[in-house]
Design a protein around this ligand. Structure first.
Ligand SMILES: Nc1ncnc2c1ncn2[C@@H]1O[C@H](COP(=O)(O)OP(=O)(O)OP(=O)(O)O)[C@@H](O)[C@H]1O
Ligand SMILES: [Mg+2]
Length: 262
């Protein structure tokens, strides 16, 4: 299963990715987190790694070379990639948790991030997972990645929505784009919700837009505090709420049972 975590900038995508990854590990899944965000570089720390893996972009000669080769799509389209095929320098490992990074924008004026989008798309397309393996992709903020076709091989999209209306609007756009390319499993998870009253209002907004809500993660001061060190907590309310979200996702996608959406 390949799940993309999308949403407006700052809505909590990376936090939800890290919390979901930890939960999935606890359920004996091998978890590959794919860092597809070319701007932020702290995901490795949130996942408990000391150093980030070498970006896959380096594997193919860096952004400049890929840009030259972008006109020949066959370059990345030959093999299936299994987790064993990724060399240790590009795959950070801790127990059953793995992390790959597509690439980061490192310098000013180095050009647009399109090559990273191409690499993300091709890598995800070729990535072949066993039934006990789960890929969770931390997407770049907003919707541009849909334009680059990054989600073409993704089976599930989780949209992180926080209270501001603009976050709901971006969520709606993501829902439209994901439905448009035929993704069947699309849900919103509410995040940083300060009260039940606001949770109810947010759910109503999303219902009006025909977006299923799969869970609600309330504002958790521990999560916010831990982020000062670039980390996420291993226990607490948000951890528990994310566990529920993962359970619902797995029930619906892998066990194929319809669970009660909230
Ligand atoms: N449930 C929560 N409770 C409290 N704070 C939260 C919660 N979820 C996320 N945050 C905080 O919100 C901030 C942004 O979170 P995060 O970096 O995960 O967002 P993001 O969507 O990945 O951002 P970006 O678009 O920059 O990649 C962080 O300080 C994080 O600790
Ligand atoms: Mg992020």
């Amino acid at each position: 299963m390949k799940i993309a975590v999308c949403g407006k900038g700052g809505s909590g995508k990376s936090t939800i990715v890290a919390l979901l990854a930890n939960e999935a590990l606890g359920r004996d899944y091998k978890v590959l987190v794919v860092d597809s965000d070319e701007s932020n570089s702290g995901l490795f720390r949130m996942l408990g790694f000391e150093n980030p893996p070498v970006p896959l972009m380096e594997l193919i000669g860096g952004k400049k070379v890929l840009k030259q080769k972008m006109a020949q799509p066959s370059i990345l389209a030959e093999n299936h990639i299994s987790l064993e095929d990724i060399s240790p320098q590009h795959l950070a490992r801790r127990d059953g948790l793995m992390l790959v990074s597509i690439g980061k924008i490192l310098q000013s004026l180095e050009g647009c991030a399109c090559p990273m989008g191409v690499l993300s798309r091709e890598f995800l397309k070729k990535l072949t997972l066993n039934t006990n393996e789960l890929a969770i992709v931390d997407m770049e903020a907003g919707v541009e990645h849909f334009g680059r076709g990054v989600e073409t091989s993704i089976d599930s999209v989780l949209i992180v929505v926080e209270p501001p209306l603009e976050s709901v609007n971006v969520g709606q756009k993501i829902h439209e784009l994901a439905s448009g390319i035929g993704i069947k499993n699309i849900w919103a998870v509410l995040n940083k919700v300060p009260s039940e009253e606001i949770a109810t209002k947010l759910k109503a907004e999303l219902k009006q837009r025909h977006i299923d809500v799969i869970g609600c993660v309330y504002f958790d001061a521990d999560v916010f505090r831990s982020s000062l060190e670039g980390k996420i907590p291993v226990s607490g309310v948000a951890v528990h709420e994310t566990k529920e979200v993962l359970w619902r996702i797995l029930s619906m996608v892998i066990m194929n049972t319809e669970t009660t959406r909230i």
